[in-house]
Design a protein around this ligand. Structure first.
Ligand SMILES: Nc1ncnc2c1ncn2[C@@H]1O[C@H](COP(=O)(O)OP(=O)(O)OP(=O)(O)O)[C@@H](O)[C@H]1O
Length: 352
């Protein structure tokens, strides 16, 4: 069952549509990342679900219950939604325990029950025994954990995150990614998570919704968004890779034979007609091999276990400029060197 449903949701600020007729279901217990460049409408979608903004058109439903349409809005505090922001929004004059207990006190939960619940959620976020610490004594990561605990203590079925890790350094971000995964597993809450960090989105979510200019371009499992992007914009936004022009010469269910620079290989496809296509080649699916497409090395950068190599495909004379490929090579190569490249996987970008 879908716990959250947005239908034809549009939000206009003056003339611009920050969100443009978006329909999306969020299944109960799912973890959806809203991913996209700055200004694409991620936060607006989250704020409409939370109830901080009203729709210009369309509706927001929780289960079968209408939360918002242009005429009627259930106020945020009556939606039973937990929200965690990038700015932790903690009360500096209260200690950790008081901050976390606040939502329970506001609901007049019994004192005897509060201490136990606060202890349990602090334990969950790795801040066991931090009850009487002052907020100003905490690091950024610890503050974000307190904000998370305060959200969790209320036992909300729906939790919304707005770039919760944006203020943290790289190292802390990865430890918090583990904390979020753990929280999702333990609570089974329906989570919507806004980020512009694709690594975070792919690591955390069971579904990634790629947004651009107020629209959802694709909403699918992380592996699908990465392996089978719905269009060139998604392919360009998620992961590294090269998009090259090829030619479909043969076609079967789910695969096609593509001619690229005079070399033929098998490519995954959602069903592409014969003729010119754009093919996505991921760096890890390409390798330097004794046979394959002839290419010249343009440059090579060592990136830890692999060399990231930029190549130009060598096309027969008169057939245009060599197309560029990015490949992760275990073999060191030098600029100007002639090599051959083979592809173990590729994808025809629909409609490109
Ligand atoms: N209160 C507002 N008044 C006017 N315009 C707004 C308002 N809120 C958002 N917008 C505009 O709507 C568009 C979408 O904004 P939104 O904050 O949803 O994007 P975002 O994808 O979350 O971006 P970021 O990653 O930078 O937070 C932007 O063009 C923004 O300028």
């Amino acid at each position: 069952m879908s716990e959250i449903r947005v239908e034809g949701l549009t939000k206009r600020f003056n003339e611009t549509a920050a969100l443009n007729a978006v329909s999306l279901d969020f299944a109960a217990g799912s973890f959806t990342a809203l991913l996209g460049p700055s200004g694409c409408g991620k936060t607006t979608m989250l704020r409409l679900i939370a109830g901080f903004e009203a729709p210009s058109e369309g509706r927001v439903l929780f289960g079968d219950e209408l939360m918002a349409d242009p005429q009627r809005q259930v106020p945020p505090e009556a939606r039973g939604v937990g929200v965690v922001f990038q700015s932790y929004a903690l009360w500096p004059h209260m200690d950790v325990g008081e901050n976390v207990a606040y939502p329970l006190k506001a609901r007049h939960v019994k004192r005897s029950e509060i201490a136990g619940r606060v202890g349990a959620v602090l334990d969950m976020v790795g801040l066991n025994g931090f009850e009487s610490r002052r907020i100003e004594e905490l690091s950024g990561g610890q503050r974000q954990r307190v904000a998370l605990a305060r959200c969790l203590v209320a036992d909300a079925r729906i939790i919304l995150f707005d770039e919760p890790l944006a203020n943290l350094d790289m190292h802390l971000r990865s430890s918090m990614v583990d904390a979020f995964r753990d929280i999702h597993r333990r609570t089974g809450a329906t989570i919507v998570y806004v980020t512009h960090d694709q690594a975070e989105a792919l690591a955390l979510a069971d579904r990634v919704a790629i947004m651009s200019r107020g629209k959802v371009l694709q909403a699918a499992a992380p592996q699908e968004v990465y392996r089978a992007p719905a269009n060139a914009a998604v392919a360009g936004f998620v992961g590294r890779g090269s998009i090259v022009s090829g030619f479909v010469v043969d076609q079967a269910a789910g695969t096609a034979t593509v001619d690229l620079a005079g070399h033929r290989f098998s490519v995954r496809t959602a069903g592409s007609p014969l003729g010119a296509v754009k093919v996505l080649l991921r760096p890890e699916a390409l390798r330097i091999s004794p046979e394959g497409m002839p290419a010249a090395v343009l440059d090579s950068i060592y990136r830890g276990p692999v060399h990231e190599v930029r190549l130009a495909l060598l096309t027969p004379p008169g057939q245009g400029r060599g197309q560029e490929l990015l490949i992760d090579s275990t073999e060191a190569v030098t600029a100007g060197q002639r090599v051959h490249v083979s592809a173990s996987d590729a994808w025809i970008i629909p409609g490109a």
